[in-house]
Design a protein around this ligand. Structure first.
Ligand code: CUO
Length: 686
């Protein structure tokens, strides 16, 4: 999977220590006439090189998948591209043995578009049963150009060709490279352009692909998780905006108004030597007519689908293709609506409800060349690995979320019985970061190194690092006191956090704040009779994957089958982005802790053997979502009339604590040396 643009017959591995011996007819056409001896001399097996012989097996023709040429860009949101990729994904998934799968992957690698092949490989590795203990390389290692500023690559090539490995210095990627602070939106570019959150979003969609074989699409509550995972992204984005004194994100709800946000990504595509196109401020969506990509639709059509979906949400029922109705006014309604909205292969009536969300991404992504007259490609919002970089992603998903909230408004507020836990009182909640006063959280910048060498389309010659700037926080611990007035019981601890004040400095009302609560953690506890003290570290969060999973050096942290944290190819919010940035003067947030009755939360299934990380946002592989309550409970529904604030909403089994998040403008450097990461020093920014 390394250097996906380069043919398989070139050596692989950090120092070219592996070659694949493939049948000649699987080589790219341009290479078919090369003399075998010549090739062997150049790359062939020597004592330091191991050769892997790839046998010939009969494969389906893959005529559809081959339609996208190797120098085009593959976009996951274009229906025609998805269809082409589905053919390949199905072949990979249906290979009976692991060996056949790897053989098939090797045989077709050089005749399929590299972006599509990589996507199909990652979907297959994520979803095949026999690949669960394979260390699936993250896309950041294979296609770093989708995550890191383009100038890094010319510098990296220079370093590789001119310097010995020991003499190479990490290439510093500035924090501000896509815009300046003349654009207020740029204040939160560090969030939008964070490598970890973009990798999470890509990986989430690999675990829950829109299409593929029924087993990989029909996952438990996948439509609901589409809603919840993106709702949480918007809540996090808003906390980040408020931290930076920006207004909460506006939904993009008028498809004909100018898009005031511009975006200039400054990323390279590597294929066809093109850059990712930019979008000028005040561009307007236009009807799309790109026949070669089989992409023809009107913006008005998006409105028609939108109206039908809104009607279903508000009316509380949706029409199936067989003309029967499905009732949405229940806890499963959101799952049906999520699949309609996305739309995934589980959309119950694609003719009626269409493909609103996906084609919305496409319409934004091609706003600069809707009829292909300039032969331009799609912008970053058209690709799952890059879409979170663009401000319009959040405006679009805010609007999508508003439609979901129309559905949630049809449900009754939770009852006392559902919210309470009789005999359980949460009596105190504190949070503490080591070395700081209680109820203060602290953020700062960190620089981390990422190896680019596996993604460079040049001969392997050792590592070359990019040094990225990202947000980081001091790790912290929650300390929760729970009084149990009954027998020993089990409870689920649910921890959320939300900004305390709105843009005007006025305390949030419940109906607004509930949309801003970000899930921080969720776990099960045994509650003895009497007083219980629960301690939980921020690094144990149910939504995150460890720092090392995002920034790990590839070779040195090989996973073993017992290394459960690395499953799911890293699906999970990155630990370094767990809390919003806060502000120098301290950004006030409210920490909400609830202990719910485990008997009402429990899902009967064998204990998970797969990943432990990121479960709340990513689910459990091949298992049910491990919490029976609606996702986002108890904030997914509106309040009882008369409950104006979260303090009024509070029951004895809940607790609210005021916390401040302090940001300090200093940089901590975490360098990689000989494969281990160490915190080198701390500097103040001038
Ligand atoms: Cu994840 Cu729109 O679904 O980007």
């Amino acid at each position: 999977m390394e250097r996906p643009v380069e043919p398989l017959l070139a050596p692989k591995g950090e120092r070219g220590e592996v070659v694949f011996d493939t049948p000649r007819d699987s080589w790219p056409e341009d290479y078919q006439n090369i003399d075998s001896d010549d090739l062997n001399n150049r790359f062939g097996p020597s004592s330091s090189v191991s050769a892997i012989t790839v046998k010939e097996i009969k494969l389906p023709d893959l005529n559809l998948s081959k339609e996208l040429s190797r120098d085009e860009i593959f976009y996951t949101f274009i229906p025609y591209h998805r269809k082409m990729a589905s053919e390949l994904i199905n072949v990979f998934l249906e290979m009976p043995t692991y060996e056949d799968f790897v053989t098939a992957a090797a045989l077709v690698r050089d005749v399929i578009n590299p972006g599509m092949w990589t996507f199909a490989m990652q979907v297959a590795l994520t979803n095949r049963n026999d690949t669960q203990n394979i260390d699936c390389p993250p896309l950041t290692a294979l296609m770093p150009q989708k995550f890191i500023e383009r100038s890094a690559f010319s510098q990296a090539r220079q370093q590789v060709s001119l310097l010995r490995e020991d003499d190479r210095m990490p290439i510093e990627i500035p924090r501000d490279y896509t815009a300046s602070d003349l654009d207020p939106e740029h204040r939160i570019a560090y969030f939008r352009e964070d490598m970890g959150i973009n990798l999470h979003h890509w990986t989430w969609h690999l675990v829950y692909p829109f299409a593929g074989t029924p087993e990989i699409v029909n996952k438990d509550r996948r439509g609901e998780l589409f809603y919840y995972q993106h709702q949480q992204i918007i809540a996090r984005y808003n906390a980040e905006r408020l931290s930076n004194k920006l207004l909460r994100v506006e939904p993009f709800n008028n498809f004909f108004e100018p898009i005031k946000e511009a975006y200039f990504p400054k990323l390279d595509t590597l294929v066809a030597s093109r850059n990712w196109p930019s979008r000028m401020a005040n561009s307007k969506l236009q009807d799309v007519k790109r026949v070669a990509e089989r992409l023809v639709f009107d913006i008005h059509q998006l409105e028609i689908w939108r109206d039908r979906i809104l009607q279903a949400a508000q009316e509380g029922r949706a029409l199936r293709s067989n003309y029967s109705y499905v009732n949405l006014v229940n806890t499963q309604g959101i799952d049906v609506l999520g699949d309609i909205m996305e739309s995934s292969a589980r959309n119950i009536n694609p003719n009626l409800y269409g493909d609103l969300h996906n084609l919305g991404h496409v319409a934004f992504a091609i706003v600069h060349d809707p009829d292909q007259r300039y032969l331009e490609q799609f912008g970053v919002v058209g690709d799952l690995a890059t879409s979170m970089r663009d401000p319009i992603f959040y405006r679009w998903h805010k609007y999508i979320d508003e439609i979901f909230q129309q559905h949630k408004a049809t449900l009754q507020p939770y009852t006392e019985q559902e919210l309470g836990f009789s005999g359980i009182n949460v009596t105190s909640v504190e949070v503490r970061a080591q070395g700081y006063p209680t109820n203060e959280l602290h953020t700062f910048w960190q620089q981390s190194d990422v190896d680019l060498s596996r993604g460079l389309d040049i001969a392997p010659q050792g590592t070359v690092y990019a040094r990225l700037n990202h947000l980081q926080h001091a790790p912290f611990t929650y300390r929760i006191q729970v009084q149990n007035n009954g027998q020993q019981r089990r409870g689920t601890v649910r921890i959320f956090m939300a900004p305390k004040f709105d843009e005007r400095g006025i305390p949030m009302i419940f109906s607004e704040q509930r949309l801003l609560f970000i899930e921080m953690d969720k776990f099960t506890v045994n509650l003895r009779s009497g007083n219980n003290t629960i301690e939980r570290r921020s690094t144990q969060s149910s939504i995150t994957i460890p720092y090392e999973r995002t920034f790990r050096p590839l070779d040195q942290t090989r996973v073993t089958p017992t290394d459960q944290e690395y499953n799911y190819c890293g699906c999970g919010w990155p630990q370094h982005m767990l809390i919003p940035k806060g502000s120098p003067e301290g950004f006030p947030v409210e920490l909400f802790v609830m202990v719910s009755n485990y008997e009402d939360d429990r899902v009967d299934q064998p204990p998970p053997t797969g990943c432990k990380s990121g479960v709340s946002y990513c689910g459990l592989r091949n298992q049910k979502y491990p919490d029976r309550r609606p996702m986002g409970f108890p904030f997914d529904r509106n309040n009882q009339p008369g409950t104006e604030t979260v303090r009024q909403f509070r029951r004895p089994n809940m607790f609210l604590t005021d916390v401040k998040i302090y940001f300090k403008d200093r940089i901590e450097i975490r360098v990689t040396r000989n494969g281990t990461q160490i915190t080198q020093n701390t500097t103040s920014r001038p």
